[in-house]
Design a protein around this ligand. Structure first.
Ligand code: GLA
Length: 741
């Protein structure tokens, strides 16, 4: 429900789980933020939320000592009008100043949301989402600012977007247009973010919000391995299970900024949007600039509550692939099996073996095109490599389909190698300043995807394959950062637009693929998880989470990603040991137990498995398929463990009749403590049969949550077994399946 009080000019956006209140300030006509959090009753007058101290020592917009915007919690702050914190909007006017004052003009309330324009976004039917659009006009120019709020009815979710319209006669330079800004009152806050590097993405960090500015961001052209366009704010006593949490996610895959500023009065400003660093967009007369959309989730049931809301919300209102609710095929990818070194014969051997094992889909990764036998060339030449595939891709696909498997193919459309015809014909299509050094990354250069002709050309090349070969799945990769963001097609004063135009071009390509080949299952990827973000989920229902397939490392990566991304979106595979990224040896069982909490698959040479391993893999695939529905549609919980040596995950079906628990112990401990793990999300009154392999116990939901699963065996009467029992050792995992009786 969205209330507007004509008299007090207050807006109250509320549903059963959250409230958000702001008002128009009488003195300045700008917007003052009043409240965001748990649902509160609707008041005819929210003025009790207004706080104003007399502070003569500060700058005043005008008049009395009460108009210092520095002390006002603002809805969408600008700089240069007495608020000295970082703004949401920064416009440089033709005169060279940056002074704006956006004054409330009008509002509009309507229902339903569609995605229009060049950026991905959320969608909902008329009975699912109510929309508030506020228009403000710049006091000094003919710029209009439109702030949009989408209130989803059934979820504690509000999404926001900002739009700047230039109705004047002259261009302005837009340096920043945040997607959202929220000022939280003084409190004891902590913040969570996901960070890492290649092969160790999305590690969760939780720390106190300190005075001053703290942020995560990307300047690399994509959302990056280093940080994720997400942050959450909570209190020190917020746990997985209880307490308040506010989650913020940006639906964007380019350079972003997710920032917190705690000022000297302890107000905490959260902002998300395109990274203003070197961003400079020429907004010409008559043009409009739209920010990406940002999602705000409020939870009163801890971090798991926040995560589950994100999961449900993304599945229902962001991911649109027809695959989103279908069971995904169990795949095998040849990357770690062969790297570039394969022949058609070798591929067919892998496929034969995969068929025996019960795998559904074979994915041919890098190396099938041009003359690519290493990572030194051929990107941009998307024609089959006849030296490797003498009968061609079409024939290969037919053979694979004849064997009953689906066929998938890898592309890296945004890149170009300097040994291609395309490079010779269009050197100007490479991003970089031609008079200066242009760095390579993995021997490759970045195509100027901000240039529509480039997107058109690459799509054409892909079409030749996608329309002529039966392809069921594509992996769309991006394997380097943008270091020299310079486009030959843009004027000098537009070079600050390159990175945003680039990502719009990427979205354009993805959109064309989705529209023209709607049945193809897309898995996006960027050197592993450098583009694991909500923007990509709009096009691809699954994303390769990391190039690191080590089961232990994956515990951190997948736990981190689960903060907001559903299990059904996480590409996770069982690979060979010693693991190719860390040389760790973990059991096949543990690798399976970790990969099954995601879109399960294999990334190894099945012809090299022993017959014992093949037997196990066959069974593992059957097991996964048995639980697949539960894993992909159930509610996911990170369970609390007593130390960092353990990780535990759980999925509970919507009707609470079935659950799966994964328990992972990283290092073995001599003479260990007794371990218990408290479960979550079960029906308290229900009796569950808890099975681990052949072992079964019967327990009530209530005590599985309060006492927990008892993990140690009871050796009473079996003392002699001390000498003969096998110890689990390092990297040990267990999976329990629960069914209500
Ligand atoms: C990236 C991907 C890998 C693989 C290689 C191929 O690193 O993340 O999965 O596709 O590229 O070059």
């Amino acid at each position: 429900m969205i209330y507007f009080n004509e008299k007090t000019l207050e807006f109250h956006l509320t549903n059963q789980a959250m409230s958000y209140v702001f008002r128009v300030m009488d003195q300045t006509g700008t917007l003052e933020h009043l409240y965001y959090g748990s649902t509160i009753p609707h008041y005819n007058d929210f003025s009790f939320l207004i706080e104003r101290e007399i502070r003569p020592s500060n700058n005043q917009v005008w008049g009395n000592n009460l108009t210092s915007l520095e002390h006002v919690k603002q809805e969408y702050p600008v700089f240069g009008t007495t608020d000295f914190r970082y703004p949401a909007l920064d416009v440089e006017y033709p005169e060279g100043d940056h002074i704006s004052q956006f004054v409330y003009q009008s509002y509009r309330i309507f229902t339903g949301k569609k995605v229009t324009g060049a950026l991905p976004g959320t969608f909902g039917e008329k009975d699912e989402v109510e929309v508030l659009e506020i228009t403000l006009k710049d006091h000094y120019s003919d710029l209009l600012l439109v702030l949009t709020y989408h209130l989803y009815m059934d979820e504690p979710v509000l999404t926001r977007q900002a739009k700047l319209i230039n109705q004047g006669q002259q261009a302005v330079s837009l340096h920043q247009l945040a997607s959202l800004s929220v000022d939280f009152p003084k409190g004891n806050y902590e913040w969570l973010h996901l960070n890492g590097a290649w092969a160790r993405e999305a590690h969760l960090t939780r720390e106190a919000v300190h005075l001053g500015v703290q942020h995560v961001s990307s300047t690399r052209g994509h959302s990056s391995h280093m940080h994720n366009p997400f942050l959450a704010l909570c209190q020190p006593d917020t746990t997985e299970k209880q307490g308040e949490a506010y989650g913020f996610s940006l639906i964007y895959s380019g350079n972003f900024l997710a920032q917190i500023e705690r000022d000297n009065y302890d107000v905490v400003r959260v902002q998300l949007g395109i990274n203003p660093f070197q961003f400079n967009w020429q907004l010409k007369a008559g043009e409009t600039f739209e920010s990406p959309e940002a999602v705000m989730v409020f939870s009163e049931s801890g971090l798991n509550g926040m995560s589950q809301t994100f999961h449900r919300f993304f599945k229902k209102h962001l991911i649109r692939s027809p695959w989103k609710d279908k069971k995904r095929p169990v795949l095998i990818n040849n990357w770690e099996a062969t790297y570039f070194d394969f022949t058609e014969e070798k591929i067919l051997e892998i496929v034969d073996e995969a068929q025996q094992l019960g795998i559904d889909l074979f994915v041919l990764d890098d190396g099938w095109f041009g003359h690519r036998n290493s990572d030194t060339g051929s990107l941009g030449n998307w024609t089959e490599n006849r030296a490797k595939l003498p009968h061609g891709l079409k024939n290969l696909s037919e053979k694979i389909h004849e064997k009953g498997l689906l066929f998938g193919l890898w592309f890296e459309p945004e890149m170009i190698s300097n040994d291609t015809e395309l490079y010779d014909q269009h050197p100007e299509w490479v991003l970089g300043q031609p008079d200066k050094n242009i760095s390579h990354g993995r021997n490759q250069f970045v195509l100027d995807f901000g240039n529509p002709a480039v997107v058109e050309h690459i799509f054409e090349q892909m079409t030749q394959i996608l329309s002529n070969v039966e392809i069921d799945y594509i992996k769309l990769d991006m394997n380097r950062y943008i270091s020299e963001a310079y486009s030959n097609m843009l004027a000098a004063n537009q070079q600050g637009e390159v990175c945003h135009r680039y990502i719009i071009g990427v979205y354009d390509l993805y959109e064309r693929i989705v529209k023209n080949y709607p049945e193809i299952l897309i898995e996006s990827c960027a050197g592993g998880g450098a583009r694991f973000d909500a923007g990509m989920l709009y096009y691809s229902p699954q994303i390769w989470a990391s190039d690191d397939t080590d089961a232990v490392e994956r515990l951190s990566i997948q736990s981190g990603l689960s903060m907001l991304y559903p299990l059904s979106t996480m590409g996770s595979h069982v690979s060979a040991v010693p693991n190719h990224q860390v040389a760790r040896v973990t059991s096949l069982e543990m690798r399976k137990h970790v990969a099954m909490f995601g879109t399960f698959g294999y990334e190894l040479d099945p012809t090299k498995l022993t017959s014992k391993e093949k037997k196990a893999v066959k069974q593992d695939i059957l097991d996964y398929k048995r639980y697949q529905e539960l894993i992909c549609s159930g509610d996911f919980y990170r369970l609390e463990t007593t130390d960092e040596n353990q990780v535990a995950w759980m999925v509970v079906s919507q009707d609470k009749n079935e659950a799966l628990v994964g328990y992972y112990q990283i290092l073995a401990r001599p003479n260990p403590s007794y371990e218990r793990i408290r479960l979550l999300g079960l029906a308290k009154e229900k009796e569950y049969s808890v099975s681990e392999g052949d072992k079964k116990t019967v327990r009530y939901g209530k005590d599985l949550e309060t006492i927990g699963l008892i993990l140690n065996e009871n050796y009473i009467g079996r003392e002699q077994e001390y000498w003969s029992r096998t110890m689990p050792g390092d990297f040990h995992s267990r999976v329990f399946h629960l069914t209500a009786r």
